[in-house]
Design a protein around this ligand. Structure first.
Ligand SMILES: [Zn+2]
Length: 232
């Protein structure tokens, strides 16, 4: 194995997987999916299908116990509902604090756990799909470039300089990520981004809004929304 990829089954991480496969070939890529107590496992099912599509080995890590005390609205035991408005509106309400779907230090935990697994599998690089829009306005501080730089340094030193982090989209917008993914032929119909685990994306949660807009900016319709619009 040469590279590991944190694969949630969403748009960004799937594009990230496509980048790693493009660079190293499927036989040299390990996908790592994490269960953390999220409200639905639809994205886990999607990550399995995507790993199958790319013919890469996939492992799963269960970190749900660590978030047992968190009330992040993304977690199954949370008393909070998932907000049905744009991140911009949510940040107005939080006054610049992280949004309710922020899971405390999730990326820090995911990256250190995945780094340990990646080293065990002999990988020299660990990819993850953070991009510029995620950290805008401090919505998800563990997606920022500052966080990435600090974490990369920690992983590099703590691995005996054997492992580096790669965040190929850290300076890009979500629309840029989609542009890159379309060029790589990413099967976006297999991905899942909505915070609700229903049959179809809700279309109004923060992540649905951003995803739909990212496709629109590329002049195409999100294949998941296209499926929704087709008459039965
Ligand atoms: Zn949604």
């Amino acid at each position: 194995m040469k590279a590991a990829v944190l694969l949630s089954g969403g748009l960004d991480s799937t594009t990230c997987l496509a980048e790693a496969v493009h660079e190293y070939g499927s036989e040299n890529v390990l996908a790592i999916s994490v269960f953390y107590g999220q409200k639905h496992i639809k994205e886990m099912d999607c990550s399995e299908k995507i790993a199958g599509y790319y013919n890469v080995r996939r492992i799963c890590i269960d970190l749900s116990d660590i978030f047992a005390q968190s009330n992040s609205s993304l977690l199954s035991h949370s008393t909070e509902d998932i907000p049905k408005e744009s991140y911009e509106r949510q940040l107005e309400k939080t006054g610049g604090e992280p949004v309710s779907t922020y899971v405390p230090f999730r990326n820090g935990l995911f990256l250190s756990s995945a780094a340990a697994a990646a080293l065990s599998w002999g990988c020299g690089e660990l990819y993850y799909g953070a991009h510029r829009d995620d950290s805008a306005g401090n919505a998800y501080p563990d997606c920022s470039e500052e966080f990435f730089d600090a974490m990369n340094r920690a992983v590099y030193e703590g691995s005996g300089r054997m492992l580096i982090l790669r965040a190929p989209f850290i300076k890009l917008t979500k629309a840029d990520v989609v542009r890159r993914g379309l060029a790589l032929g990413v099967p976006y119909e297999l991905t899942w981004s909505c915070y609700e685990g229903k049959e179809k994306p809700c279309g109004i949660c923060g992540t649905c809004r951003d995803r739909i807009a990212a496709f629109e900016k590329n002049g195409v319709t999100d294949p998941l929304m296209e499926q929704q619009e087709k008459p039965i």
